[in-house]
Design a binder for this molecule. Structure first.
Ligand code: C5P
Length: 303
C-alpha cells in the first residue's frame, strides 16, 4: 500500500492479493471456517482518495472496467471502505465525515480481496487525516472487525494466515513472481463457497496437512515453483467448481498454456497462473484476452 498527499487529500494505492495455498481445517463454533493460508499481494491496485471535510461522509465510485461514475452520493452501507470509516469513527469518537473517491481496478467477487483492500486503505487514510496516530497493530485489530482479509492489507506484505484467516505472521515470499490473472464473467459469493463445503459447526478442526507452511519454506529457500507445485492447492476450489462451471474451464485453459502452476484464488471466481518470466506472463495474458474472460491481467507479486 502506498500513501501520498495531493491537493484533494490522501491518495492510497492499495493492492489485490492471491492465496498461493488455502487449506480449510474445519468449522469454528462462531460459524467461520478455520483456515491456513498463504497470502501474497499482487501489483493490481485500487486507488482511494480521502478528503477530510466536516460534512457527513460522501462516497463516489469509478469502476475501471465499466468506466461508470456513480457520482457523489450518500454512503452505500455495504461498501467496506464506508464501513471502515464508520467503524473507526465509532471507536475513536471522530465524526464519520469526509469524502471517499474510489477508483476500482480490482474485480469484485473474485477472491482478490478488492473490497478488503479498499477498507484497509480507508482505515489508513482516516487514521492519518484525523490525526489519530493509531499503530498498524491497533488498526489491524479494528480491521478484523470489518472483514477477515482486511488486516492483511493494513499490515502489508506476504503473510501466513490462521484462525479464520485474520491472524497473520509475515511470510518470506519473494516479490516479482510473474502472475497471470483471469476473472470469469460471473463472480462467486464467499459465504456460498464456504457453505458448499458442507461442514457443520465444530466439525473437523484437526491440524491439517501443514501444506501452507511447507510451501512457505520452499519459497523461502528459493526452490523452483515446479518443485513446490503439489503444495499450491486451494481447498475451496472444489466447492467453487460446484457453483460455477467457469472454474473448471479456467483450469482446463491454464493446463494448455505455459504456466508453472495454477489455481483459484480465495473463494474465487478469479483464477491465477504462475509464469516463468514476466514476458511469458504477458504472452499468456494476450492469449487469454482472445477468450470471453471478463478481466485478464499480467501482473506480479509485490511487497
Ligand atoms: O469475514 P468476511 O466478512 O470476509 O467473511 C464473509 C463470509 O465468508 C462470512 O460471513 C462467512 O460466511 C464466510 N467465511 C467463512 N470462513 C472464513 C472466512 C469467511 O465461513 N474463514
Amino acid at each position: 500500500m502506498f500513501v501520498e498527499r495531493s491537493e484533494n487529500g490522501l491518495v492510497v494505492h492499495t493492492p489485490a492479493k492471491i492465496n498461493l495455498a488455502l487449506e480449510v481445517l474445519g468449522r469454528q463454533t462462531d460459524g467461520y471456517h478455520a483456515v491456513e493460508t498463504l497470502l501474497v499481494p499482487v501489483r493490481l491496485f485500487d486507488t482511494l482518495v480521502y478528503s477530510a471535510t466536516t460534512d457527513p461522509l460522501q462516497f463516489s465510485l469509478r469502476v475501471a472496467s465499466q468506466v461508470e461514475n456513480t457520482g457523489l452520493d450518500g454512503p452505500p452501507r455495504d461498501n467496506l471502505a464506508v464501513r471502515a470509516i464508520q467503524r473507526l469513527a465509532a471507536i475513536s469518537g471522530h465524526e464519520p465525515s469526509g469524502r471517499i473517491c474510489l477508483y476500482k481496478r480490482i474485480p469484485a467477487q473474485a477472491g482478490l480481496g478488492g473490497g478488503s483492500s479498499d477498507a484497509a486503505a480507508a482505515l489508513v487514510a482516516a487514521n492519518v487525516a484525523w490525526g489519530l496516530g493509531y499503530s498498524r497493530e491497533r488498526l489491524s485489530r479494528i480491521a478484523a472487525q470489518i472483514g477477515t482479509d482486511v488486516p492483511f492489507f493494513v499490515v502489508g506484505g506476504a503473510a501466513f494466515g490462521t484462525g479464520r484467516g485474520e491472524r497473520l505472521v509475515r511470510a518470506p515470499i519473494p516479490a516479482g513472481m510473474p502472475i497471470v490473472l483471469v476473472q470469469p464473467p460471473v463472480g462467486l459469493s464467499t459465504p456460498k463457497v464456504f457453505e458448499s463445503l458442507g461442514l457443520a459447526v465444530g466439525e473437523g478442526l484437526g491440524g491439517g496437512t501443514g501444506r501452507c507452511r511447507k510451501l512457505m519454506n520452499c519459497l523461502r529457500r528459493g526452490l523452483p515453483i515446479q518443485r513446490a507445485r503439489p503444495l499450491i492447492r486451494n481447498c475451496l476450489q472444489r466447492s467453487a467448481e460446484k457453483l460455477s462451471c467457469w472454474i473448471a474451464r479456467a483450469s482446463d485453459v491454464m493446463d494448455r498454456l505455459p504456466v508453472l502452476a495454477h489455481q483459484m484464488t480465495g473463494s474465487g471466481s478469479a483464477y491465477f497462473g504462475i509464469c516463468r518470466t514476466w514476458r511469458e506472463a504477458r504472452l499468456v495474458a494476450s492469449r487469454l484476452r482472445m477468450q470471453p474472460w471478463q478481466f485478464v491481467a499480467a501482473t506480479q507479486t509485490c511487497r
